[in-house]
Design a protein around this ligand. Structure first.
Ligand code: MD3
Ligand code: FE
Length: 220
C-alpha cells in the first residue's frame, strides 16, 4: 500500500546511490508536492516557524517548526527532542498521514522496512539561510534511517564523512527530491549552503525541507 503510493508518484524514479546508506530520488515528489505542502498552513497555525537559539547563544538562520509526538529543539540548554512546543506549551501537531506514508515508502524502497517516524522537523530556508556541517545524533535509535523531502528553491547539500577531516561533496537538492540516510551513513556530517534568492510557484521565496525521523525509543 505504501509502496504502491510511492510507485504512483513517478513511474521510473531516478535512484542515485550517493554512498553506502545514502539514496537520492530526484523529483520523486513533484506530483505529490502540492498536496503534501497543503498540510503546512494548519501545522504552522499550531506551531509557527521560529528561529531557535543554539547552546552557544547564536540564532539559527533556518526557521523551524515540528510535527509529531517529538520535535527537535535547541535553546541555551542544548539540543534535544521535546514532546511539547516550548513556544506554545502544547504538543506539536500530528504528522500528516500523507507525509508518514511517503516517508515509509521511501525508506522501504531504500531497503529500510518498518520506518515509523515519530518526529518531523520542518525547515524553512530564506535566501542566505544555511545549515553548517553537523551530525544528527540526538535520536534515541540510530539504527533507524532519516528521510528528507526538499521543496521549493534549490540548495547545495554538503555531504561529508564521519569525521571533519573527510572531504565534503556538494550536491544540488531541488524541488521534489527525496533523500534516505541510514546504516553506515547515519552519522555522516552534512549541511546546506546558503540558499540563493529565487521564486518557486509552490513555496515562494523559500526552500522547505521536511526531515522525518524515529527520534524516540521504539514502542514495545
Ligand atoms: C545526512 N536538514 O535538519 S536534510 C537537519 O535540508 C538537516 O534542511 C537538512 O540536516 C535540510 O538536521 C538536510 C537531509 C539529511 C537529513 C539527515 C541526515 C541528511 C542527513 C542524517 C545523517 C546524514
Ligand atoms: Fe541534519
Amino acid at each position: 500500500m505504501q509502496t504502491d503510493l510511492f510507485a504512483t508518484l513517478t513511474p521510473q524514479p531516478e535512484r542515485l546511490d550517493l554512498a553506502p546508506g545514502v539514496v537520492l530520488w530526484r523529483q520523486q515528489l513533484t506530483t505529490a508536492a502540492p498536496a503534501l505542502l497543503a498540510e503546512l498552513p494548519a501545522l504552522l497555525a499550531c506551531s509557527p516557524f521560529r528561529h531557535m537559539q543554539t547552546p552557544g547563544g547564536h540564532t539559527l538562520s533556518v526557521a523551524m517548526s515540528n510535527c509529531g509526538s517529538l520535535g527537535w529543539i535547541t535553546d541555551r540548554q542544548g539540543y534535544r527532542y521535546s514532546p511539547v512546543d516550548p513556544q506554545t506549551g502544547r504538543p506539536w501537531p500530528a504528522i500528516p498521514a500523507s507525509w508518514r506514508a511517503a516517508a515509509s515508502a521511501a525508506a522501504q524502497a531504500a531497503g529500510f522496512a518498518d520506518f515509523l517516524p515519530d518526529a518531523c522537523l520542518i525547515n524553512r530556508y530564506a535566501p542566505g539561510a544555511r545549515m553548517g556541517l553537523h551530525q544528527d545524533k540526538d535520536e534515541a535509535n540510530l539504527d533507524a534511517p532519516i528521510v528528507s523531502f526538499s521543496f521549493g528553491l534549490a540548495a547545495r547539500f554538503l555531504l561529508g564523512g564521519l569525521t571533519r577531516r573527510d572531504k565534503v561533496e556538494r550536491i544540488w537538492l531541488t524541488h521534489g527530491d527525496v533523500l534516505v540516510w541510514g546504516g553506515p551513513a547515519r552519522l555522516r556530517l552534512h549541511g546546506i549552503q546558503a540558499v540563493t534568492p529565487g521564486q518557486h510557484p509552490l513555496t515562494g521565496a523559500y526552500r522547505i525541507n521536511l526531515t522525518l525521523r524515529q527520534a524516540g525509543r521504539p514502542q514495545p
